[in-house]
Design a protein around this ligand. Structure first.
Ligand code: NRN
Length: 414
């Protein structure tokens, strides 16, 4: 028995899923192979991923491969209710709705686990973490897991280092055809998309402060620059900061950027990037949002304490009225704005991310892996890239035998 907001939304959700299918040619080709080979026959897969139109294409690809799927979201605000209804109508066990309380969120994680998954697919590691913390009786049935995002990989590597990780997990995020594209081009575009859908403000001429210059931050900075903003980057990593400076951005501590920014975007994966002393310096009317996985990057309790009140003035826009008369706009309750206020990354990049996810599930089925974090095999990464190039009509050169020999030799010098 699924738990979704409104089954009447299924028709609209199905149209969104079909739109995503039309823009995910690599995954749809993998789906043909899965339908033929049934590599996941009889396998129970438990998902905690953002329930979006693209995730639905992944779900229905694994089902074509013979899997039985139960799914919940990985953020209380990112579920697309019409997509959830469409999946439920297609006999998927769905436990997700936009606006879940934290309690409902973890109840839904456990409802997925009640299906006794053999493979877990996470975005942020809440599902696998719950198995290890509260549902250890399920470990005997779990063959492996997959992790979609940087934040989840960090958590899993920490678990592995502590010897706490009890089953093999594929680091899908670390595949080149995932993070070099999804994290960079996907987060870049979808973050701007989320801010525009929430506020429809002009970027050109504004000062945009981007906290974090990893794969995601680089994409966000580039897209904000493309919109005509003056971009300031803040970082703690001297090498990434150097790269931002040489990419032409102003680089400075958040303490200095706080009084300059019109729009603030945190995308670091760490906590407390924007806090009290920054709010104290901000212009009245500054827009603050987060595109990192968890909503800990902006110190919202501190903002609450500094305010005499707050008011939702647009969908996903809360105006905080500060005691000193200024006001600050917070988007999507500080949760990842690209999925909470828009539809997440475009289908074309999720095509590659989820091609990796589906191949990772097949790899788990075909290999007896040790407990720990495992990389996506290079040949899978390159296969995804070649398939994507083909769908884009792009042809590339091939190494001649002499070139390959040269690259593998050391004898030849000047
Ligand atoms: N449209 C989407 N569907 C989407 N956009 C971004 N993500 C999505 N998942 C499903 C995830 C990316 O892969 C959010 C994760 O944090 C990131 O790794």
């Amino acid at each position: 028995m699924s738990g979704v907001k409104d089954m009447k939304l299924a028709g609209s959700g199905r149209m969104k899923i079909e739109w995503a299918e039309a823009h995910m040619p690599v995954l749809m080709r993998i789906r043909e192979g899965f339908r033929r080979d049934k590599p996941l026959k009889g396998v129970s897969v438990g998902f905690a991923l953002h329930v979006t139109k693209e995730t639905a294409v992944l779900v229905e690809t694994l089902i074509a491969g013979g899997a039985k799927v139960a799914i919940t979201g990985c953020n209380p605000l990112s579920t697309q209710d019409d997509v959830a209804a469409a999946l439920a109508k297609n006999k998927v066990d769905v436990y997700a709705w936009r606006g879940e309380t934290n309690e409902e969120y973890y109840e839904n994680i456990n409802r997925v686990l009640d299906h006794k998954p053999n493979i877990t697919i996470d975005d942020g590691a809440d599902l696998i973490f719950t198995v290890h913390k509260e549902r250890t009786e399920l470990l005997k049935d779990i063959r492996g897991g997959c992790e979609e995002t940087t934040t989840g990989i960090i958590r899993l590597r920490a678990m592995e280092n502590d010897g706490a990780l009890k089953y093999p997990v594929m680091a899908t995020n670390d595949a080149d055809t995932k993070h070099m594209f999804d994290n960079h081009y996907g987060t870049g575009q979808s973050t701007i998309d989320g801010i525009l859908r929430a506020t429809s403000i002009l970027f050109a001429g504004k000062v945009v402060v981007v906290g974090g210059y990893g794969w995601c931050g680089r994409g966000v900075a580039a897209r904000a620059k493309g919109m005509g903003s003056q971009v300031i980057v803040t970082e703690v990593d001297p090498i990434l900061a150097l790269r931002a400076a040489m990419d032409g951005y102003m680089v400075m501590p958040m303490d200095d950027a706080a009084c300059m920014g019109d729009i603030f975007i945190t995308v670091t994966g760490d906590r407390d990037i924007i806090g009290k002393r920054h709010f104290e310096k901000m212009k009245s009317g500054a827009v603050v949002c987060n595109s990192g996985h968890f909503n800990i990057e902006i110190d919202i309790p501190e903002l609450e304490k500094m305010s005499k009140g707050k008011k939702t003035i647009r969908d996903n826009v809360e105006r905080y009225d500060l005691k000193d008369g200024r006001h600050i706009y917070l988007l999507a309750e500080g949760r990842l704005v690209n999925l909470a206020a828009a539809e997440g990354h475009p289908s074309e990049v999720m095509d590659m991310s989820f091609a990796n996810q589906s191949m990772a599930c097949r790899y788990i089925q075909d290999n007896d892996l040790e407990a720990g974090v495992h990389m996506i095999p290079r040949e899978v990464d390159e296969m995804v890239a070649r398939m994507k190039l083909e769908t884009m009509g792009v042809r590339i050169d091939e190494l001649t035998p002499e070139q390959r020999k040269y690259l593998e030799s050391w004898e030849e010098g000047t």
